[in-house]
Design a protein around this ligand. Structure first.
Ligand code: ZN
Length: 411
C-alpha cells in the first residue's frame, strides 16, 4: 500500500525534479542534503514523532531503499537547517499546481474556492529564534509562530496551496499583523494560481475594505464572515431584515435552513456589496418520561459579506462560508497534532519552514490519494490513521529503489 502511494506521488508530482533542485554548495562534504530532504519528507508522510525517531528508524535500516543508512539526530537537524526554505515552498506549489492542472480541486457549485486562515504554532515561554513572535499574557511573555495558510476547500477534498509566516516587526515592539502576511500570500497566489481561483473565503478578521479591494484587484471575488457587531458598517441591514423574506427556505427532517440576501449595499467607496444572512433551526424531541412530548430548538445564525454578483446564488455563498471550516477541520486539526513537535525537530527558522512545507505537502497528498476514484474500496473506506499505520508497517519492506528513482545519489 505504501508502495502504491509513493509510486503515485513520485510519478504524478514529479518528485525527482524537486529533489534535483536541492544542491549542496561546492566543496560541501557533509551529509547529502537530498537524503536529509528525502528523510524528512518520508518522515512527514509517515508522521514520525521526532528527529530521534528518524534516527532510530535509520539505525534499523528502514530507509535503506532511499539510500539512507544510520544518521544521527544532530546531523539531521544541522543539515536540515541548511536547506533553503524556498525549496519547501516550491514543493507545495508543485503539488498545488499539478492538482490544478489535473482538475482535481473540488468546486463549490462550480466555483474554485480558496480559504485563508491563520494558525498559531509552538507557543512557549522563552524566545528561541529570531522569527519568534511575542505577546504578553497575564504579565508573562509568550513566544510563538503564526502562519497564514491558503487551501482549496470543497466537499470532496482540500489541497494546501501555500503558506506565509507572520514576521516579528523590525525595531518596534509589535509583530506585523496577520493581514500583512495574508497580503503577501494573496500576491503569491496571484503569481502562481491566477486563473485557477474564483473566490477567496476568509473569517471576520479579513472583513475590511483593504482586503476586499485587493481580492477584487486580483480578479477574484471575496466572501468574508461578518460579525454581528460590525453590521453597522453597512446600511441598516438588520432593519431590512425585519421586512425581507428569505430567498431560500429548506427543510430536511428536523432542520430548517433559511437564507436572506441583501444586494446593492455600499461601504465607503465600495459599492455593490452583498450581505447574506442565514439561520439554521434544529428541533429535537426530548427523550425520557419527564420531557414527554417536549421539543427544544437551537438556532444557529451567521452573516457573510461578499463581492459576488447575482450570478452566484445566496445559497452558494452560504455553502462557501460553510466550507471555510474545511481548512480548520481537515488541515489545521490534523496538522496540529504533528506541528507541536517542532521542539523535538529543532527550533530554527529554516527547520520550521521545512517541517511546515513537508507536513502540508504530506497532508495534501494523503487527502488527494485517499479520495482518488481508482483507489480500491477497502482502502478508500479506511480511516486515514489506518492508512498511516499500514504505511508505517510497509516502510521496511519496500522493494523499489527510491534512491535511484528520486535522484538522491548526487549532492
Ligand atoms: Zn521561533
Amino acid at each position: 500500500m505504501l508502495r502504491q502511494f509513493l509510486n503515485a506521488i513520485t510519478k504524478i508530482f514529479d518528485l525527482p525534479a524537486w529533489f534535483k533542485m536541492i544542491r549542496s554548495t561546492e566543496g560541501d562534504m557533509g551529509y547529502p542534503l537530498r537524503l536529509v530532504a528525502a528523510l524528512v519528507l518520508v518522515g512527514a508522510l509517515l508522521q514520525t514523532r521526532s528527529v530521534e525517531q528518524l534516527e532510530r528508524w535509520s539505525q534499523r535500516g528502514r530507509f535503506k531503499r532511499f539510500g539512507i543508512g544510520p544518521i544521527s539526530a544532530d546531523t539531521i537537524r544541522r543539515r536540515l537547517a541548511q536547506i533553503p526554505p524556498a525549496v519547501w515552498h516550491q514543493l507545495i506549489r508543485q503539488v498545488g499546481q499539478k492538482l490544478a492542472r489535473n482538475r482535481t480541486w473540488t468546486r463549490i457549485d462550480g466555483l474554485r474556492v480558496v480559504a485563508l486562515d491563520g494558525v498559531e504554532l509552538f507557543v512557549q515561554h522563552s524566545v528561541t529564534c529570531q522569527e519568534c513572535l511575542h505577546r504578553t499574557v497575564q504579565g508573562m511573555t509568550e513566544w510563538f509562530h503564526r502562519i497564514v495558510v491558503a487551501s482549496t476547500v470543497g466537499p470532496r477534498r482540500q489541497a494546501v496551496l501555500e503558506w506565509e509566516s507572520v514576521h516579528p516587526a523590525d525595531g518596534s515592539d509589535k509583530n506585523e499583523g496577520e493581514s500583512t502576511a495574508a497580503y503577501r500570500l494573496l500576491a503569491t497566489l496571484y503569481r502562481h494560481y491566477h486563473h485557477q481561483i474564483e473566490v477567496i473565503v476568509a473569517d471576520a478578521l479579513y472583513c475590511n475594505r483593504v482586503f476586499l479591494q485587493k481580492v477584487l484587484d486580483y480578479g477574484w471575488q471575496a466572501v468574508v464572515r461578518l460579525k454581528d457587531e460590525r453590521l453597522t458598517i453597512l446600511r441598516d441591514v438588520k432593519g431590512l431584515l425585519q421586512q425581507a423574506l428569505p430567498v431560500v427556505t429548506q427543510q430536511w427532517g428536523q432542520e430548517l435552513l433559511q437564507i436572506w440576501d441583501f444586494p446593492g449595499l455600499s461601504w465607503g467607496s465600495m459599492e455593490n456589496l452583498r450581505v447574506i444572512y442565514w439561520t439554521r433551526t434544529v428541533t429535537k424531541h426530548r427523550r425520557g418520561k419527564t420531557y414527554r412530548g417536549q421539543t427544544f430548538t437551537k438556532v444557529y445564525h451567521g452573516w457573510a459579506l461578499t463581492t459576488c454578483g447575482p450570478a452566484v446564488s445566496a445559497e452558494t455563498v452560504w455553502r462557501i462560508m460553510h466550507h471555510r471550516w474545511d481548512l480548520e477541520n481537515c488541515v489545521f486539526r490534523q496538522g496540529k497534532s504533528t506541528w507541536k513537535l517542532a521542539h523535538c525537530f529543532g527550533h530554527d527558522p529554516a527547520i520550521i519552514e521545512a517541517l511546515i512545507g513537508a507536513q502540508l505537502a504530506a497532508l495534501t497528498w494523503w487527502i488527494w490519494w485517499s479520495t482518488r476514484d481508482i483507489l480500491s474500496p477497502a482502502l478508500a473506506q479506511a480511516p486515514r490513521i489506518d492508512l498511516l499505520e499500514r504505511a508505517q508497517e510497509n516502510l521496511g519492506f519496500l522493494r523499489t529503489n527510491y534512491q535511484e528513482w528520486w535522484c538522491l545519489q548526487s549532492t
